[in-house]
Write a protein that binds this ligand. Structure first.
Ligand code: ADP
Ligand code: MG
Length: 399
């Protein structure tokens, strides 16, 4: 299948070409016809599969063919970073067509607030907003969403995790009942079903299995004792040159301490965590994107929706507790057809978790031998490395 099969507007096709999109991804192949047919849709596919274009392209195509003098489409996204990324894609695709967009997100000063307000009043075809800020803007004035035709919830699972359920329901109360609603999500927990039942009308459902990491990812693992992890990482960096690397660790504290431990062995890395101000996070992401920062350490918040191309190595410094998080983490590399490597360090305690991942993705991941100077590695025996038995009381979890 090619993009020609959708019979998009010619100028939109030029935008697609300019963005370097040649062939639709599986979610795009399935979602675009449904959206063009004006149906509601629930679409579930892991990060990095091209969900943004799956809804942005048919929506732009529909707007081109309509008389657009009002706010036509609302896209809700969980974070400012994502809203900005979606806006950039919309602007890229619509470079040759008269379709306008604005991003509405929190933070910034009063000037930004006023600017957003003006833009909302003046109107744009597509608004991309974080729920909190949009509510404030709606509450404070005469923004008319009553002619809206399309509502899209992007990363719906994450919006609910962040506590936006009430905000979303409130925003919907401003929208016309007759509209097309599309819900995109990386996972489908029951609360997404509840939300969908409330706001979608006879939706079509598309689900692309979460359990299959992209083909282009070379997955490897090392069995290690904790004390071997840092020198092993140093050795991996010595053996190969990587341009752009993400190292995942379980907790914020671990992320911070890793930055210093890496520095001691001469590896320059920066850490990304929730204690940074919004502005600091954005600056850091920009430096990472431009390769000024080549190694980024983060927790699982980094694994969702951060859209940076050309990451060639992902290291799991420890095994994530939720097997799906493994798929999200390694999905940061090998985005859309490119190649990448994902390496996981497995200590004895994490062996069972790792086995659960191998079961989920239905694949045994090769365990590489440790460089000899590091000494013996633990043996892989996930069934025997059981957690501490409970002796009538709940042991305190160390984090
Ligand atoms: P998701 O929302 O599913 O996590 P994105 O929409 O952010 O994924 O897409 C991931 C990356 O793949 C982006 O950099 C995007 O530009 C690129 N991409 C998406 N679809 C295609 C395509 N058909 N051809 C080439 N690149 C694509
Ligand atoms: Mg996305």
């Amino acid at each position: 299948m090619t993009f020609d099969d959708f019979q998009f507007d010619y100028d939109l096709m030029d935008g697609l070409d300019a963005m370097g999109f040649n062939k639709p991804t599986p979610i795009q192949e399935l979602a675009i016809p449904v959206i063009l047919a004006h149906k509601d849709l629930i679409a579930c596919a892991q990060t990095g599969t091209g969900k943004t274009a799956a809804y942005v392209l048919p929506i732009i195509d529909k707007i081109i063919g309509s008389n657009h003098s009002h706010l036509n489409t609302l896209i809700l996204a969980p974070t400012r970073e994502l809203a900005v990324q979606i806006d950039q894609q919309v602007q890229g695709f619509s470079y040759y067509v008269p379709v306008s967009s604005i991003a509405i997100y929190g933070g910034g000063d009063g000037a930004i607030w006023d600017q957003q307000k003006k833009a909302l009043k003046a109107g744009a075809d597509i608004i991309i907003a974080t729920p909190g800020r949009l509510i404030s803007q709606l509450a404070s004035g005469d923004i008319k969403l009553d002619k809206l035709e399309h509502l899209i919830l992007d990363e719906a699972d994450r919006m609910l995790d962040m506590g936006f359920y009430d905000d979303i329901v409130k925003i919907i109360s401003y929208l016309p009942k007759e509209r097309q609603t599309l819900l995109f999500s990386a996972t489908m927990p029951p609360k997404i079903r509840t939300l969908a039942a409330k706001i979608l009308h006879k939706p079509e459902e598309i689900s692309i299995a979460i359990s299959k990491p992209a083909e282009g990812i070379l997955q490897q693992a090392y069995l290690t004792y904790d004390a071997q992890k840092i020198p092993l990482l140093g050795e991996i960096f010595k053996q190969t040159t990587y341009q752009s690397v993400i190292i995942f660790a379980g907790t914020k504290e671990r992320v911070k301490s890793l930055q210093f431990e890496l520095k001691r062995i001469g590896l320059k890395a920066r850490s990304f965590h929730s204690d940074l101000e919004q502005k600091e996070r954005e600056d850091l992401m920009n430096e990472f994107r431009s390769r000024k920062v080549q190694v980024l350490i983060g927790t699982d918040i980094l694994s969702r929706g951060i859209d940076v191309d050309g990451i060639d190595l992902v290291v799991n410094f420890d095994v994530p507790p939720d097997p799906e998080d493994y798929v999200h983490r390694i999905g940061r590399t090998a985005r859309a057809e490119s190649k990448g490597t994902a390496i996981t360090f497995i200590n004895e305690k994490d062996q069972r978790r790792f086995h659960a991942i191998e079961t989920l993705i239905e694949k045994e991941i090769p365990k590489l031998p440790l460089p000899t100077f590091l000494g013996e590695a633990p043996i892989y025996s996930p069934k025997t490395h059981r957690p501490e038995p409970k002796r009538g009381f709940k042991p305190k979890r160390k984090s």
